[in-house]
Design a protein around this ligand. Structure first.
Ligand code: 9MR
Length: 576
């Protein structure tokens, strides 16, 4: 199988910020520098220079050169880069490049909502659908959901929330990091000097049913999941009260396509877990501080839930979700929860200022340990979330402590910058196969989040430029010459794995909405379709834009939450 990778000059197909870095990659057999030309829409040459040969790129196996046209800074549409007889996909130079991506990326969450009819007037007529899993046949949930046999003697109303990904499962651990990133996207607008103060994500800025209710729209979207997460808590008086059930999903896996309202499977609560409980504690604590100005009663409910969840986790510190519990839904297993304890304690401390939580933060092995990783962070390793918030959210931390924590963020960002320099495709990710795993696009973006946070903390533009370059990779500067974000870029992913947006299987169904991020290259080839098609692939080629490849081409809330955060950051850079 040889994918059509288009022109051998690889660019960010969306474009470049006028004052930002501008890099491209040329795939060629040549070993000596070659001339490159930047052409405007009418074909006139507006800049030029020579390529820099980089040899064989480990992640792609290609012989490549890099092109640096950062010196060009004039806004223009329809530019192309020409080198070695090849003309790149067209792109823009504009300060407004990412304005709409900021809302597109978060709009995905409305499209994933469970328990509410999706309004075609808001999202587009083709996306209208009835409410899923509200107890209307053939659905069997989620209003009165029993546990798996033997797990509990009650039912819970766990309606609402977001469908996790291409399936109809709802998982507290993954809901946790996704909600965190939406809340953090908003919180950054309040704490970062380079942010826009929240106006762009405020009331009446997103196409949501709650728009115009006096609450910033991104908080309204986060609340849809927060309410679900709160419902997953074991009620008082029951065994393990205060813990959170790990997940709720179908008893058996369903096929594609399948609209949520047509799912006939029994739904079941799976056992409470320490990791889920700490995810609830962390995001409910964030909820308490961010909703306080808008809805004191809801903020109070969140704070109570956060505190009871945290106490329950401390009383039950080693209840782990089983790695084999993956029938009908994903496992989201995790047997290391010191990082979840650290994150939850950090959020509770930042919200309450209470010394007990600070003591737990300080006693955590992650407090002084290195929480950042060259391969990014994700749902299973969340210490970085606590660290980033301790660095950015105002608190009573002693100044020396605050500086040490901030220095750990800039040190991680320095390491990512060094990696960007080593990679001919300019992404903050080591080039070996171990970097290219399930959902890895979100890890690349999360490294960009670390770089962006370092910029917010220091104002040092090299960090901002690193974050921008990471997104160049996501938006087309890669071996496959593809943008991984639906509707963004000349040649973008469009057949992501989803039961709802299964256009590839049924032309009457829509494609994933504009702004949906694909999981990305996964060298482990963990689905049969990819395994058969892509055997022997070099890591950066281990991806296919086909609905059957759930291990390379799914959509997921924790991936779009990373995109949401960075899109908002990039939009704020404007003409930078
Ligand atoms: O994102 C998850 C990835 O880190 C795991 O390796 C993979 C296999 O366990 O599961 C991914 O999450 C999936 C979840 O289990 C079920 N819903 C779809 C998720 C995205 O593919």
């Amino acid at each position: 199988y040889v994918p059509d990778t288009g022109p051998r000059v690889r660019v960010n197909q969306v474009g470049y910020l006028p004052g930002g870095p501008k890099h491209a990659t040329l795939v060629t057999d040549a070993t000596d520098p070659l001339p490159w030309r930047l052409r405007d829409a009418s074909g006139d040459v507006v800049a030029g220079g020579d390529t820099a040969p980089r040899g064989i790129d480990q992640a792609s196996g290609q012989n490549v050169h890099t092109i640096d046209f950062s010196a060009y800074g004039t806004p223009a549409a329809g530019l192309t880069l020409v080198a070695d007889g090849e003309t790149s996909h067209p792109f823009d130079v504009s300060g407004g490049l990412y304005y709409r991506l900021r809302s597109d990326a978060v709009q995905f969450f409305y499209a994933q909502r469970s328990g509410i009819a999706i309004d075609g007037d808001l999202l587009g007529a083709e996306y209208a659908r009835p409410a899923g899993h509200v107890g209307v046949a053939p659905n069997q949930g989620d209003t009165e959901v029993p546990c798996q046999p033997g797990v509990c003697d009650y039912t819970l109303d766990v309606r609402g929330g977001w469908y996790d990904a291409g399936d109809h499962g709802k998982y507290v651990v993954n809901g946790g990091i996704a909600t965190y990133q939406l809340l953090s996207t908003f919180e950054r607008t309040k704490t970062a000097a380079t942010a826009d103060g929240g106006a762009a994500l405020g009331d009446n800025t997103l196409r949501l049913p709650e728009r115009g209710n006096g609450v910033p729209d991104i908080l309204d979207e986060a609340r849809w999941e927060l309410e679900f997460l709160l419902r997953m808590q074991v009620p008082a008086g029951k065994p393990l009260a205060g813990m959170a059930h790990h997940k709720i999903h179908d008893r058996q896996w369903t096929g594609l396509p399948l609209q949520p309202q047509d799912d006939p499977q029994p739904r079941e609560l799976h056992p409470p877990s320490t990791a889920a409980t700490l995810n609830l504690a962390a995001v409910a604590a964030q909820c308490a501080r961010l909703f306080a100005p808008y809805d004191a009663a809801f903020a109070g409910r969140c704070l109570t839930a956060a505190k009871t969840a945290y106490a329950a986790a401390k009383a039950n510190p080693d209840r782990y979700a089983s790695p084999t519990d993956s029938t009908g839904g994903g496992a989201y297993d995790d047997t290391t929860v010191t990082d979840e304890f650290y994150w939850a304690a950090a959020e509770l401390y930042l919200t309450t200022g209470a010394s007990t939580y600070l003591a737990d933060v300080t006693a955590s092995p992650h407090h002084t340990g290195d929480v950042f990783d060259a391969r990014g962070f994700g749902w299973q390793g969340v210490a970085a979330l606590g660290r980033l918030d301790l660095a950015t959210v105002p608190s009573g931390l002693p100044a020396a402590e605050r500086s040490r924590i901030r220095a750990s963020v800039t040190a991680a960002a320095d390491a990512h910058l060094a990696e960007i320099g080593r990679q001919p495709y300019g992404l903050p990710l080591p080039g070996d196969a171990g970097s290219y795993f399930w959902g890895g696009n979100s890890n690349v973006i999360n490294n960009a989040v670390v770089l962006a946070t370092a910029f917010d903390l220091t104002g040092d533009a090299t960090y901002r430029d690193g974050a921008v370059q990471a997104m160049d990779y996501i938006l087309g500067r890669n071996a496959l010459n593809i943008s991984y974000v639906t509707g963004w870029g000349e040649h973008a992913a469009e057949n992501q794995h989803s039961r709802i947006f299964a256009h590839q299987l049924d032309p009457n169904l829509p494609k994933p909405p504009v702004g949906s991020l694909a999981g990305g290259p996964n060298a482990a080839l963990q689905d049969p379709f990819a395994a058969q098609l892509l055997a022997g692939c070099k890591p950066m080629f281990c991806y296919v834009d086909d609905i059957n490849s759930y291990a390379t081409n799914e959509v997921a809330i924790n991936w779009n939450s990373a995109l949401t955060w960075i899109a908002s950051f990039l939009a704020d850079q404007g003409d930078a």
